[in-house]
Write a protein that binds this ligand. Sequence first.
Ligand code: AP5
Ligand code: ZN
Length: 214
Amino acid sequence: MRIILLGAPGAGKGTQAQFLMKRFNIPQISTGDMLRAAIKAGTELGKKAKEVMDAGQLVSDDIMIGLVQERVSESDCENGFLLDGFPRTIPQADAMQEAGIDVDVVLEFDVADDVIVKRMAGRRVHPGSGRVYHVDHNPPKVEGKDDVTGDDLVIREDDKEATVRKRLAIYHEQTKPLVSYYQSLAEQGVVKYHKVDGTRKVEEVTTELKKLLG
Ligand code: AP5
Ligand code: ZN
């Protein structure tokens, strides 16, 4: 199964990815997590990406396309993959098409901007694994600690309200056009497209995904 998760920052892509990767036994390819790992490791890519990400801007298409093409060709992607945060511009989607990287399903998570701004204030993440929590809506078993490793959870650099608003503006401008891009591919029978109401509780969204995907 090859799945694309499409949706604004904070729409719940990373949260539902935890369920989907187990359900279909496919790796989550979160381009945001890959970039954050590169920053932590101090690589050339990390150095280039840090300032851009902290400002809520997008890293260049060339870099992202190269990164994802390399990643999907690894052996653990033979069964499929879950793309979380890519493609996020029309050129990124075109590059996938041109490279012959087909997908089966596009899942769009629909959440209003004001709900997102509130959500991001409560987000906590486990940097090592990318697991995501929310202080109220999806709390860890022990406050401030990852459920699996017990490591400390952290607040993402780009979750400051002003940066979240900037990311939302960029989403509407550069990523939202992918909704009609994939809807028209769905009309041609090239992919399946499902729009999911992402404002409901985490478990309710998961239940809907189970219904949709089997
Ligand atoms: P990335 O890490 O991809 O961030 P994003 O797309 O902005 O999405 P988020 O991770 O913020 O949100 P999410 O949808 O995963 O929500 P989550 O499940 O965490 O990218 C970061 C940056 O990297 C970009 O800004 C850019 O600079 C760069 N980048 C990455 N990919 C790129 C690309 N392809 N091209 C160019 N640049 C790229 O949930 C959010 C919070 O809400 C959590 O606290 C969660 O617990 C809670 N929550 C989730 N679901 C619910 C629910 N149903 N009800 C209540 N709370 C919920
Ligand atoms: Zn995420």
